[in-house]
Design a protein around this ligand. Structure first.
Ligand code: IMP
Ligand code: MG
Length: 193
């Protein structure tokens, strides 16, 4: 194999304890999700509200497989302080656009964890009176400690309660560019619980 074609092996990256979802699994599931969404929104125009920065890569792959009239808007919600791996109070860095009234809106995020980010977004977008509001995430974290979590409409993968990075997901701004999704090696990073 030439140097150019050699693939990155995330297992060789010391910051990753293990790979949880491979790039092949992601590609297959994203294609399925795009098909599910295209069928769901058939005959309608959809407005995607992507949650920056984590959803960036997922949205880029997803929308290119959705043959629909489609707009992309962006929001940014900060739910972490520094290097914590448990979310803190969610707040907008970039609020949703005010002109979503009458639109079929689909919020797309990288991961659903406590559900706080999604709750804040749903509340803010509902105030703009969309025709419909659905949510799609690539990953949904298993949180048996939060049985009342409302959940989302479209989910790529259910994963265990681990802090993961790659394919858009970061730790302290890093590792978004890893093509696979892996569990962060907490020992190496000495992250706070
Ligand atoms: P929630 O508000 O607790 O549902 O957290 C969702 C947000 O937290 C996502 O938009 C991510 O930005 C971030 N997040 C939650 N879990 C992880 C993770 O395991 N890795 C990276 N980011 C995460
Ligand atoms: Mg996020």
């Amino acid at each position: 194999m030439s140097e150019k074609n050699k693939q990155i092996q995330p297992s060789a990256i010391p910051e990753l304890a293990s790979v949880l979802v491979t790039r092949q699994q992601i590609a297959e599931r994203v294609a399925q999700l795009a098909q599910e969404l295209a069928e769901f929104y058939q005959g309608r125009e959809v407005t995607i509200v992507q949650v920056l920065t984590g959803a960036l890569i997922f949205v880029a792959d997803l929308v290119r497989q959705m043959p629909l009239p489609l707009r992309i808007e962006s929001v940014s919600v900060s739910s972490y302080r520094g290097t914590n791996t448990r979310p803190c109070q969610a707040r907008f860095r970039l609020p949703p656009p005010e002109d979503l009234s009458g639109r079929d809106v689909l919020i797309v995020d990288d991961i659903y964890d406590s559900g706080q980010t999604m709750a804040v977004l749903i509340d803010a977008i509902n105030q703009t009176r969309p025709a419909s509001l659905r949510q799609c995430v690539l990953l949904q974290k298993d949180r048996p400690d939060l049985p009342a979590r409302p959940g989302v409409d479209f989910v790529g993968f259910d994963i265990p309660d681990e802090f993961v990075v790659g394919y858009g997901l970061d730790y302290d701004g890093l590792y978004r560019n890893l093509p696979d999704i892996g569990v962060l090696n907490k020992e190496l990073h000495e992250v706070q619980p």
